[in-house]
Design a protein around this ligand. Structure first.
Ligand SMILES: Cc1cc2nc3c(=O)[nH]c(=O)nc-3n(C[C@H](O)[C@H](O)[C@H](O)COP(=O)(O)O)c2cc1C
Length: 388
């Protein structure tokens, strides 16, 4: 069978057979089992090789180079799927161009009690309120030390979500995990933006963000580790003033890019009945309903920074039944993103999403007579710099 036939078969199997069964089970159970089985598969190089043959399509035209890192394609796995760094080899075999593990916090944190996940099939979305559960930085660090990464790996860090850790202690907590992970992986993402913890989005407050970024800047100057890009992940729910303040702080403290965005607390125009939403309660929405907020913010940041501040965009890729996932990636690239990530789309479209999106992206490049994503980004940058 050809590569394309393999992928088509895998796609049909997921949508016709696997998804209807999985959607009858609790989302927490499905995720937990996926991670358990996935970590077993990740330990078998033969299984990973087999999956790579089915799913991982390679196209030189999709390569992107940013921060000195070469990405084989622009689509990465978002944080939250592999919170504790257990399934990196499996996800690499599915064809992701990069992966973010985490969020990892310095100390262990149990997160919120179950239920923490709700599927919104009518909206192609999810609500989660996991509340930044983490096994803690030491366990994840030790796990990553034993692995070799062929696919660029980002470690997404967050302050321990314990509300008792506040003020200066919060800065120290966050800084400790930063120092531990700075020498590991290819880039660090600072998650400033989880909406579903008891304490809310602490580090989006400039009063805490500024001293924290100052400490990081100093540490990076003095560190003997090679340069590592540091990105911030922000909420699509920020006001314009909040966004301006964060962007200014990022630029004055040599942050290398931003990830837009985390889930939204907004619940406008959902098709899911209000009674269902009310009975679940609070949480952040991901998937299709998030996309419009992220697109708006990607455009704003791109314009504000003249395209000089690389943006990783995510929200809803693979969650629009009426749109090819490659078209959604292309839209984000045209709005100003340099890389794209996804999570919820994987739940709705299954593991062949990557090959479908990557293959589709090659077709879009051909239709537009563009030789590569790299060439597109260069041209876009040229246009951004001549904009009034
Ligand atoms: C179940 C779940 C858990 C998540 N956990 C994290 C997390 O720990 N850290 C983080 O930065 N983002 C987390 N996210 C947010 C995703 O990384 C992503 O920003 C968001 O889901 C939007 O992308 P999507 O629409 O492709 O899912 C989580 C999302 C979901 C659905």
């Amino acid at each position: 069978m050809s590569e394309v036939e393999n992928v088509q078969l895998a796609e049909m199997f997921y949508s016709q057979i696997a998804r209807p069964i999985l959607f009858r089970l609790s989302p927490e159970f499905v995720h937990g089992s996926t991670i358990k089985i996935g970590s077993l598969i990740s330990k078998s190089s033969m299984a990973c090789r087999l999956l790579r043959r089915i799913y991982d399509v390679q196209f030189p035209a999709l390569k992107v180079k940013v921060w000195g890192i070469e990405f084989k394609n622009p689509i990465g796995l978002a944080a939250g799927f592999d919170k504790h760094g257990q399934v990196h080899p499996l996800m690499a075999a599915l064809g992701f161009g990069h992966m973010e593990i985490g969020s990892v916090s310095h100390r262990f944190w149990a997160g919120n009690p179950s239920p923490t996940l709700l599927r919104l099939p009518q909206d192609w979305g999810l609500i989660n309120r996991l509340g930044l559960n983490s096994v803690g930085s030491e366990i994840v660090y030790n796990r990553l030390q034993k692995l070799q990464f062929q696919t660029p790996l980002g470690v997404n860090l967050v302050k321990t979500a314990d509300p008792e850790i506040a003020g200066e202690e919060a800065v120290t907590d966050y800084f400790q995990s930063f120092c531990r992970f700075y020498p590991v992986g290819d880039f660090i993402t600072l998650n400033l933006s989880c909406p579903n913890t008891v304490e809310g989005r602490t580090f989006e407050d400039p009063k805490l963000l500024e001293p924290f970024l100052k400490k990081l800047q100093q540490h990076r100057l003095e560190s003997s580790s090679p340069f590592k890009p540091v990105l911030v992940k922000i909420s699509p729910d920020l006001t314009d003033d909040e966004l301006d303040q964060i962007m200014e702080l990022c630029q004055s403290h040599e942050i290398d890019g931003c990830v837009i965005g985390n889930t939204t607390t907004r619940r406008e125009n959902l098709k899911t009945p209000q009674t269902v939403l009310d009975s679940f309660g609070f949480g952040g929405v991901s998937g299709k309903p998030l996309k419009k907020y992220v697109q708006e913010m990607v455009g704003k940041v791109f314009r504000k920074t003249g395209g000089k501040f690389p943006i990783v965009a995510l929200g809803g890729v693979g969650c629009d039944p009426e749109m090819h996932p490659a078209q959604e990636v292309w839209e984000y690239l045209n709005m100003g993103a340099t890389l794209v990530q996804l999570y919820t789309g994987l739940i709705y479209r299954g593991p062949s999403l990557l090959s479908v999106a990557n293959k589709g992206l090659v077709d879009i490049l051909l239709q537009n007579e563009i030789s590569s994503v790299g060439e597109f980004l260069e041209k876009r940058q040229g246009l951004a710099s001549v904009r009034p």
